[in-house]
Design a binder for this molecule. Structure first.
Ligand code: FAD
Length: 419
């Protein structure tokens, strides 16, 4: 449990994939760690936006999952809570991970909590970060709000895993946000059950033909994933565009997306016999935002970096080269590239030039917004989060950011793939 007046070695803000891995990584370096989160459970988008598909596990025969992200998947497998994303065969049992997997919101949060507690991380959920204190080039404390109480939490080093670089912004460090044309569409995911048996590939083909009559013009292909063993399916299909950092626009989008759900369900029932008797089980608690705000770091990953084969200097985690996304805007039509292979994420992309005790993990690291798909899948967020946690623990211990060779040694000891 968290201790009110304690000065933590490392305070991690945000308990999505990146923050979960950051907190455990820092604790395994011997740091006293607090993980704070505004939601009731860890998991981030996987849990609060109802998306338990863990992607970015592999490219072809190459396994990309490593470190704490891989450990989570194998622990989920041990309790029977993992299946391959595109079929229901239960897979792993010590085998390499050559495909993406899907679990459940419940199991992901449950296992994350178990692992965090086993590694001695202090947890504070229902706690919203809204401010920060600085002295010179260091953050000294974060201010949070919880059930009418304001809390000030002090630390020696901090990790921003809020997904939207909220701590970096509050500290006054440089940040950027995607232009709507470089952004991806927003989605509210929902789950249905009571479908008749179908062939996934054949259904997708029929969907692609029929979607031309669909009322939403930017429609993606049919993203339909089995969840659990009870015949439920996750539909990643509603779409709209707008500003994810503007609460008024988020409100508009959330209302609009939830209005799309009954319309989509009726359209599916009318056009696909398999959906005739389907029922809506649930919709995500929050709108899914794929790309919000990033730091402007000491090194920014660009699209041209991803098109270039030169090995990256000082890699701290493994990203991908492909970039692209969802929707029908100019970004998708003109910029998406499916470059094969992987590329290291450079140390400098996790650091702000303005601060000396903050590391950033997950989808808010320094990257040109239209390149974000190279680092935004969950396995890549676990990896950059783990690296950020190690950076913060070493910073707390040494009083300065670690040099790259000693950082690399610890990252490799923690089984993280770097290149
Ligand atoms: C609709 C949608 C579908 C997706 N589908 C997939 C998929 O199938 N597979 C896949 O691998 N990836 C998928 N992604 C991408 C992936 O889920 C995200 O990129 C990933 O979760 C980002 O991880 P993160 O830890 O950086 O941030 P997040 O998951 O966004 O976590 C950030 C955490 O910080 C917390 N937080 C934010 N602000 C505060 C605050 N002020 N105070 C306290 N806590 C705060 C949030 O509550 C959250 O828990 C999808 C994304 C979306 C939006």
């Amino acid at each position: 449990m968290w201790q009110k007046n304690k000065v933590y070695d490392v305070v991690v803000c945000g308990a999505g994939p990146a923050g979960f891995a950051a907190a455990i990584a820092a604790a395994r370096c011997g740091a006293a760690v607090l993980l704070l989160e505004q939601a009731a459970r860890p998991g981030g988008v996987a849990v609060t936006c109802g998306c338990p598909g863990l992607m970015g596990c592999a490219i072809g025969e190459r396994q990309l999952a490593s470190g704490i992200g891989e450990e989570l998947i194998r622990r989920l497998d041990e309790i029977g809570a993992v299946s391959f994303k595109h079929c229901l065969i239960r897979p792993l049992a010590g085998q390499p991970l050559h495909e993406d997997v899907i679990s459940s919101e419940f199991a992901i949060a449950l296992m994350m909590n178990r692992m965090l507690q086993q590694d001695g991380v202090d947890l504070l959920y229902y706690c919203t970060l809204y401010g920060c204190q600085t002295a010179g080039r260091k953050i000294t404390a974060v201010d949070c709000f919880c059930a009418g109480e304001q809390l000030r939490i002090s630390g020696k080093a901090f990790v921003d895993c809020t997904g939207d670089a909220i701590l970096a912004k509050l500290a006054g460090y440089p940040v950027c946000a995607a232009d709507p044309d470089d952004s991806m569409t927003k989605t509210v995911l929902f789950q249905v059950s009571n479908l008749q048996p179908f062939s996934r590939q054949e259904l997708r083909t029929r969907f692609t033909t029929l979607q031309k009559t669909f009322p939403f013009p930017n429609q993606d292909h049919l993203m339909l994933h089995p969840v659990g063993d009870g015949g439920a399916y996750l539909l990643n299909i509603t779409l709209t565009a707008g500003d994810p950092l503007d609460p008024a626009d988020l409100t508009r989008m959330d209302i609009e997306l939830r209005e799309q759900i009954p319309q989509i369900l009726q359209w599916l029932r009318d056009n696909f016999p398999e959906f005739k008797d389907c029922v809506l089980d649930s919709s995500a608690a929050r709108i899914g935002v794929r790309n919000g705000r990033q730091i402007l770091g000491r090194k920014t990953i660009t699209c041209s970096d991803l098109n270039d084969n030169t090995p990256v200097a000082e890699p701290v985690a493994l990203g991908r080269r492909g970039y692209g996304g969802h929707g029908g805007n100019a970004f998708i039509q003109n910029w998406a590239q499916s470059n094969p292979g992987t590329r290291g994420i450079p140390y400098g992309a996790l650091l702000s030039p303005a601060g000396d005790n903050l590391a950033v993990g997950g989808r808010a690291i320094s990257i040109e917004p239209r390149a974000i798909s190279a680092i935004r899948l969950m396995l890549q967020c676990f990896a950059s989060g783990q690296a950020a946690g190690v950076i913060a623990a070493m910073t707390a211990n040494q009083g300065r950011l670690p040099d790259y060779p000693s950082l690399r040694t610890v990252l490799l000891q923690q089984n993280l793939l770097l290149e």
